[in-house]
Design a protein around this ligand. Structure first.
Ligand code: COA
Length: 563
């Protein structure tokens, strides 16, 4: 079928639906919901069989829904209506939630239902539920709806519904004196990643994000108890919670300690046990665990960095942690990344907030390259990147620095840099990519600018394995244990060392790095400001004013000829 997506942006869910439908042979083109006239033009050019709206912030115009079947993906169960579906569900402690695919009509979310899917809720942030459970349910429901669209006798079902209002900041407000940590976490989770909870810190208005539970610290409710790295801990009526990120009024979302220099005055609350995973809930962005099978140990290094963005400081701390992990008596190190993102490369927000974004970009790319180099030069263990969360730009190539990359079926990969103002990219992609996919393949991936699923990455030879979504962590641990226990482990390690030495003799890593960084220096300091402009719009979440040509296929010059 010829399917047009009308969507607010090409977000993770939209990317996933795009890949699933393209894989099934459908022809997809995308138009961002910018203005009714633009959507009307897209419809006229593409003449779709079906229109799908995976992520919309406003209604489709009558001029379109009255002439074409338009299916809306609503992140709520059948009968739920309104713009804050997930927010109300999380804040209200719903046990089960769902996704409904319904037909657009005059009243928002009130059209007949084509398909739906449900899932059990878990205590997590809204963005995390959206990226995981909602996305999986949306794939299920949209594929069912597309199939039904081909059935001549299928009649979508009209259901009675209940409309919920847009959640206001008054509904989200936290009373630090009387509310428990659990209630406050639910409020903060319901508002994360957008819009956050309006509050005050250090006497200044801001929105709060990135809340973590804390199991042991207590104090005067509402008071700030201390800081750890970039987060601060605030007392509640029965304990405390950590706040990792804030958005100061008029500013961009930043790590709390960067947004408020006053945080430096708070007492430091270091973690006992260094990198070892804390046995009780607390703020810990880098955590190490070990497991042993028949005398062979595997180390697991997690890095739970908000939104997968890796600042200069985070890269340096992670490099230190990795180097420490290599001194442990293990045979395999698994790099687990975070639960929602494995990595999205350098931290564009901390770069934007710095005095000199060019200098900070340079420091950040060097810090992430140091990390990639540490992984590449590890000769004491076999390394595995277990990509259980999405990865983008430099993050996709950082994973490839490991000896094996095992990705969870369902993650979205964006292994390209060009969308960020034509960045050339580093993280040793020029060393890592061509041997896997060939020179032409590498160029195609970089040029392509489109998302890739885990099965596609494996098919291309870019990653090594795609493991089923449910049970991914257990599967990874089992495979890592098998690797560690393999009778030929010493030969495998020796072969890895020999290959690294041969590669180094042919062309040193330093040469790849220098070549990539020459290009990156031009991106950061050169005459063309594209990267700085793109980064500004990205971190400011600027509204789109046009749809990129690689997505809006109906705007290709030859489309009309093809059609
Ligand atoms: N630095 C800072 N923040 C980042 C980031 C980065 N490198 N990558 C993603 N984020 C943030 C987004 O700003 C967004 O923030 P929010 O909490 O305010 O909504 C959040 O992560 C989710 O990103 P979003 O773009 O909404 O997710 P997505 O699934 O739709 O798209 C990507 C994923 C990777 C395609 C997209 O985030 C992206 O292009 N990131 C930039 C990658 C990059 O160019 N890195 C630098 C070069 S190495």
């Amino acid at each position: 079928m010829r399917i047009l997506f009308i969507t607010h942006s090409f977000n993770g869910l939209t990317q996933r639906l795009y890949c699933e439908l393209v894989t099934r042979g459908h022809e997809i083109s995308i138009e961002f919901d910018i203005a009714d006239a633009v959507s009307e033009e897209a419809v006229a050019l593409f003449r779709p069989d079906l229109i799908i709206a995976p992520f919309l912030k406003r209604a489709i115009p009558e001029s379109i829904w009255s002439r074409y079947c338009c299916l809306i993906v609503h992140p709520g169960p059948v009968g739920d209506r309104g713009p804050s579906a997930l927010d109300w569900a999380i804040q209200g402690g719903a046990r089960e939630w769902g996704v409904t695919v319904l037909q657009a009509e005059a009243e928002m979310d009130a059209g007949p239902v084509w398909a739906s899917a449900t899932f059990p809720m878990r205590p997590a942030r809204k963005a995390s539920i959206y990226r995981n459970e909602v996305t999986e349910a949306a794939v299920q429901a949209v594929l069912a709806a597309v199939n039904r669209n081909k059935e001549p006798n299928f009649e979508p079902e009209r259901v009675a519904g209940q409309a919920h209002a847009l959640m206001q900041q008054a509904d989200r407000a936290i009373d630090w004196q009387s509310e428990t940590s659990a209630a406050i976490l639910a409020r903060l989770n319901a508002a994360d990643g957008f819009p956050g909870v309006a509050d005050e810190l250090f006497g200044q208005p801001c929105h709060l994000f990135d809340a973590w539970p804390e199991a042991s610290l207590k104090g005067e409710p509402g008071s700030l108890l201390g800081r750890r790295e970039t987060a601060i801990c605030r007392a509640t009526a029965d304990g405390s919670v950590w706040i990792g990120h804030v958005k100061p009024a008029g500013g961009i979302k930043l790590p709390t300690s960067l947004a408020f220099t006053e945080a430096a005055e708070l007492p430091e609350l270091p973690l006992d046990g260094g990198y070892w995973k804390s046995p009780i809930p607390t703020w810990q962005d880098i955590a190490y665990e070990e497991a042993e099978w028949n005398g062979n140990s595997v180390g697991f290094l997690s890095f739970e960095f908000y939104n997968g963005a890796m600042s200069t400081g985070q890269c340096r701390r992670l490099t230190e942690a990795f180097q420490w992990a290599t001194t442990r008596p293990t045979r395999v190190i698994v790099l687990r990344g975070g639960s929602d993102f494995w990595s999205n490369g350098i931290h564009l927000n901390t770069i934007e907030a710095s005095e000199s974004p060019a200098d900070e970009s340079w420091a950040n790319i060097n810090a992430i390259d140091d990390l990639a180099e540490a992984i590449l030069r590890c000769e004491t263990q076999l390394t595995v990147a277990a990509v259980g969360g999405n990865a983008g730009a430099g993050g996709c190539f950082l994973a490839r620095a490991a000896d094996f990359v095992w990705a969870r079926d369902g993650v979205m990969l964006n292994p390209h840099y060009k969308n960020m103002g034509n960045l050339y990219g580093s993280e040793f992609w020029t060393y890592l990519l061509p041997p896997r996919v060939g020179d032409e393949g590498a160029k195609a991936i970089m040029r392509h600018r489109l998302p890739m699923t885990a099965p596609e990455a494996v098919k291309l030879g870019f990653y090594d394995a795609c493991l089923p979504g449910p049970g991914f962590a257990v599967d990874v641990a089992r495979r890592a244990a098998e690797l560690a226990a393999a009778p030929d482990f010493p030969e495998k390690l020796a072969a890895k060392q020999a290959k690294r030495h041969a590669d180094e003799a042919a062309k040193p890593l330093a040469a790849y790095r220098a070549e990539e960084l020459t290009e990156m220096r031009r991106n950061f300091y050169g005459f063309d400001p594209s990267y700085h402009v793109a980064r500004y719009h990205f971190v400011s979440r600027s509204a789109h004013s046009w749809t990129p040509r690689h997505l809006a296929r109906h705007r290709d010059l030859d489309w009309k000829v093809l059609a």
